[in-house]
Design a protein around this ligand. Sequence first.
Ligand code: HGY
Ligand code: MN
Ligand code: MN
Length: 422
Amino acid sequence: MNMSSLSTISTGMLSRLDALATVSESRNGLTRRYLTSQHREANDLVGDWMREAGMRVHEDAVGNIIGRYEGAREDAAALLIGSHLDTVVMAGKYDGMLGVVTAIECVHDLHRRGIRMPFAIEVVGFADEEGVRFQSTYLGSRAIAGTFRKELLEARDMDDMTMADALRAFGLDPDQIDTAAKRPEDVIGYLELHIEQGPVLESMDEPVGVVTAIAGATRRVVILSGVAGHAGTVPMGHRQDALLAAAECALAVEEVAAKRTHCVATVGRMEVAPGATNVIPGSVTFSIDIRADEDVKRIEALAELDPWLAKIADKRGCTLTVETVHEANSVACAPWIAGQIEAAIATNESRVVRLPSGAGHDAAAIADLTDVGMIFVRCAGGISHNPDEFITESDIAAGAEVLLRVIENFQPEDGSCLMDKT
Ligand code: HGY
Ligand code: MN
Ligand code: MN
């Protein structure tokens, strides 16, 4: 890509991101969950773009959309490049989608110039990274890494539908999930370009940066069961109010994180039952998301929190159940890939900013299959998981330029003297 083409390319990429942002379950903002008709519509749209870029396209057994651009030699091992196409609720339009649209644009540029690399390239639009529908994340990337947890097929969504039934309704066969797994010998590495979702690049006045590590995370679902009762007749001292117990638990979640550096914890979802103004809440289900830059810190925080939640529940006459629905240790990005990203950034006379990711990414799951590297692109105010998520056209172009330069100069770890590109 030369500079003049970059501006047209980034305009094209922006219009694709805008098109994807219209594929939403809601008229009020962008929400696109796993295995919905909007997931199908997004896969169809992205699949068309992949074909236009010269790729052969297929959808795997878990719902990832994958485009393959052959190398100079048929059936060569592939460089995987991807990100996710699902979103959170009321999402921004760049989280995940930017990485997929940029990867497609880079392959399209190679295709326009008739360039074949010594390796194949597979662009992956992961089906479910956010984990909104079934409360567990990295479903698409774990299936490709061969680490999908089959017990999740029985997880139920808010409409009480199991993942297995949702896969069937989507046209997939849950018994075939294993076929999505790739063999390590068939891949040479993984790259992911993603918005930073934090303030560092903006504070350094740099458009792109190289990710050093991805924070570990634990996600839990907690159910507190008290006694529903009449709001007008039960004296305060006689209540087993599940919501007040949950409220105290949420403050405990905040405290165990706030006292530790680079440790964050969030209660992002809470359902109150039966949910009537004049009924004392009998049961509350809420989520806990806790992360830290070091795994030992996250584990210590959880070890402090568990007895604390039990004590609160007991004091308030509630029973407590806690289920861990996701657990991932922190993942280091491979220095041999990060070094190639740094070289690509340095070519732009840009300072090389190295930064950890507090957000989770599919790269963390793919790291069980192959080494990974990530490129961060600046986003306004570091705002994300919010409709105000914003990125400039010039930063989109800067990200695309760096990603393409990494691809065109990519050398596998063993430095195997790959055939020259043609
Ligand atoms: O939650 C995360 O960090 C990511 O957006 N899934
Ligand atoms: Mn996200
Ligand atoms: Mn993301």
